[in-house]
Design a protein around this ligand. Structure first.
Ligand code: HEM
Length: 222
């Protein structure tokens, strides 16, 4: 009857949306996972390249980061399937007990690397602060997500876990913007040059204003 058809339609649509969302998240996590596996292979094999000296000198933070990130990003995507939660809540709980420490390992090791690894040419002050802010926010979001589920507030748990995952994936997918620059040395040189030029121009203007207070910032435009 039409009643059955009506009630089945939204269900099948939501199943499709559910699978699509999980597939999209897995796809998003695959690229950093591949890059991470290549990096792990280099580190465990002691293979030195131009850009991995800092990882070889102190491997544990990046190893913890990559292993945690692959687990958090890929199996973590299935935590967002409402269908899976409905049918296998015990799986969701068990996975959560493993994935939350993985998420914390990712954010805390990320913060450690941002602070202590020597920065590379492409990573300026903005990248440093972005990593610090994202790392702290991700840690806090995971913490609040766990606190919410412990007091039975499922709405808040869902919201904080979505934020934690989104923050982590935002940082993890930096690879999408960095890789074109790494494989195209000309683009890399231009990026570094324009960064230096931008800082240089900003610095000169600031210096002129400090040394000559009479020089005022333009009221509008350039
Ligand atoms: C699930 C999310 C994440 C994934 C999949 C991920 C993945 C990766 C991978 C594969 C690397 C190695 C890059 C290379 O070989 O050059 C890396 C490095 C790094 N990640 Fe993440 N990451 C994630 C989240 C974060 C977060 C939240 C932070 C912020 C604190 C962060 C900060 C860093 C830093 C500082 C490095 C070292 C970069 C360098 O020195 O070149 N990551 N990440």
């Amino acid at each position: 009857m039409s009643f059955t058809a009506e009630s089945e339609k939204p269900m099948s649509r939501s199943r499709a949306a559910d699978s699509l969302a999980v597939a999209g998240l897995v796809l998003l996590g695959i690229v950093p996972a591949i890059f991470g596996s290549v990096r792990l292979r280099q580190i465990t094999g002691g293979i030195a390249t131009a850009d991995n000296a800092r990882f070889l000198a102190m491997p544990w933070p990046v190893v913890v980061h990559i292993v945690g990130a692959v687990l958090f990003a890929l199996p973590g995507a299935f935590q967002f399937s409402a269908e899976l939660r409905r049918r296998r809540m015990e799986w969701h709980r068990l996975a959560g007990v493993i994935l939350v420490p993985c998420g914390l390992a990712v954010s805390l090791s990320g913060l450690w690397m941002a602070q202590f690894y020597p920065s590379v040419a492409l990573d300026g002050v903005a990248v440093y602060w972005m990593r610090i802010v994202v790392g702290v926010m991700m840690t806090v979001a995971l913490w609040l997500g766990v606190s919410a589920v412990r007091r039975g507030d499922i709405g808040a748990h869902r919201a904080w876990m979505m934020r934690a995952y989104a923050l982590g994936m935002g940082a993890g997918t930096q690879v999408f913007t960095h890789v074109p620059l790494m494989i195209a040395p000309v683009a890399q040189e231009r990026a570094v040059e324009s960064h230096r030029h931008g800082c240089g121009v900003g610095h000169q203007r600031a210096r002129r204003r400090v040394l000559h207070p009479a020089i005022r910032a333009p009221q509008s435009g350039g």
